[in-house]
Ligand binder design. Structure first.
Ligand SMILES: *Cc1c(COP(=O)(O)O)cnc(C)c1O
Length: 390
């Protein structure tokens, strides 16, 4: 017999190890009939697990846009006939909203990052990234073959030291604006200053900032007063606060033309379904005008944080709708998630490798679709769990 290891045996061994460490993952088929609610196993729970921050995913205007569709698919890649007038209209609407000369659509945020970074960077270049950046940004830098250096979370000084150590390399500094599993903000003003003084470019992933923060919901960069010159490569997604699916890179003509030529996840893939672009176009209009929803979110966040503090529960320091409760071990996080679920609140446990070892957590996310009562109910359930003493 060949000495080659058995494939299935290796996979089964690795899976059983993950199961033992409470790190195996399992899909559940959920129903989402009403905003702010999720149906699991025949029960409707309050949904503290979605990224639908403005409650737009079920908005009648978005749903109507999809229903109006006369075609299911775009039939071709953007460059080979798949790019339609509605894609162009959506790109223009996004560029106008974000204050950039141009915008380019991608099918997902994951694809935007893994296409953009290799289009902009080669193996002689430097890519400095926050240690807690989203996986797609790290993967994009690896795919580019660039020299990837990760700096201490939210530490602009550490980012600066990396750039200073490589003065001869073309450099891109990359950060999430709102960190997806922590909810805190990158020091954007400081990072922009570092990039400027080191002649590096700054790329910011606003997946969780767009629609939520800043004037007209333009994101954390706009909230910090940063311009298109400060952030030459701006990334956002359409699947979170915009309630749709897809992603956008905003930049100069030069950046966007470079991506059209070179971003492989743009060039070699089917264009976004036109009906989705129609829905996203509606979402842009709604998100720009959603000041009332943003104010409601701020009230929900304040209610949760003050209620948690009164219970002695320490949420991570976050002023965004992402309000994590770090519990430590994976099995503890799972136990809490299960207890909350049994009591009617869906708060997914997030475990390594999505978060660093020993920092498994409940990722509580709030949406304008929640009522203050929903937050109060969550606090009651958390209090009950606390009195059980785990
Ligand atoms: C969700 C997310 C992405 C990926 O976006 P998708 O459109 O879901 O692929 C990228 N970056 C960050 C920070 C995210 O949270």
């Amino acid at each position: 017999m060949s000495p080659r290891p058995d494939f299935a045996e290796a996979l089964a061994h690795a899976r059983s190890q993950r199961l033992e460490a409470h790190l195996a993952r399992r899909l559940i088929a959920a129903g989402r009939e009403r905003p702010g609610r999720i149906r699991i196993g025949g029960r409707e729970l309050i949904d503290f697990g979605s990224n639908d921050y403005l409650g737009l995913a079920q908005h009648p205007r978005l749903v109507a846009a999809l229903r109006r569709a006369s075609q299911a698919g775009a039939r071709a890649s953007h460059l080979l006939g798949g790019h339609q007038a509605v894609h162009e209209a959506l790109e223009r609407a996004l560029a106008d909203w974000l204050g950039y000369p141009r915008a380019l659509l991608f099918s997902t945020g994951y694809m935007a990052a893994t296409g953009t970074l290799p289009a902009l960077l080669g193996r002689h270049d430097l890519c400095a990234q926050d240690r807690l950046n989203h996986a797609c940004l790290l993967d994009g830098a690896r795919l580019a073959g660039a020299r990837l250096e990760r700096y201490r979370h939210a530490d602009a000084q550490a980012a600066s030291e990396i750039l200073l150590a490589h003065p001869q390399r073309r450099a891109l500094l990359v950060t999430d604006s709102v960190f997806s599993m922590d909810g805190d903000l990158a020091p954007l003003t400081e990072l922009a200053a570092v990039a400027q003084s080191e002649r590096a470019w700054l790329m910011v992933d606003e997946a969780h900032g767009l629609g939520v923060l800043g004037p007209e919901g333009r994101g954390a960069c706009a909230a910090a007063g940063l311009s298109a010159e400060d952030v030459p490569v701006w990334m956002g997604t359409l699947g979170k606060a915009l309630g749709c699916f897809g992603a956008v890179i905003a930049g100069s003509d030069l950046v966007i033309d470079t991506l059209i030529d070179r971003a492989r996840s743009f060039v070699y893939t089917t264009a976004m379904p036109p009906a989705l672009a129609e829905a996203a176009l509606e979402a842009v209009v709604l998100a720009r005008a959603a000041d009332a929803e943003r104010a409601h979110l701020v009230a929900l966040i304040a209610r949760l944080r003050s209620g948690a503090a009164a219970l002695g529960l320490e949420l991570l320091p976050s002023a965004t709708p992402i309000q994590p409760l770090v519990l430590g071990s994976a099995d503890r996080a799972l136990a809490w998630a299960n207890a909350l679920r049994a009591a009617g609140c869906y708060c997914p446990a997030v475990r390594p490798p999505t978060v660093p070892a020993g920092s498994a957590r409940l990722r509580i996310s709030l949406s304008a679709a929640h009522a203050l009562d929903d937050v109060d109910r969550l606090l009651e359930v958390l209090e009950t769990r606390l009195t059980m003493g785990h």
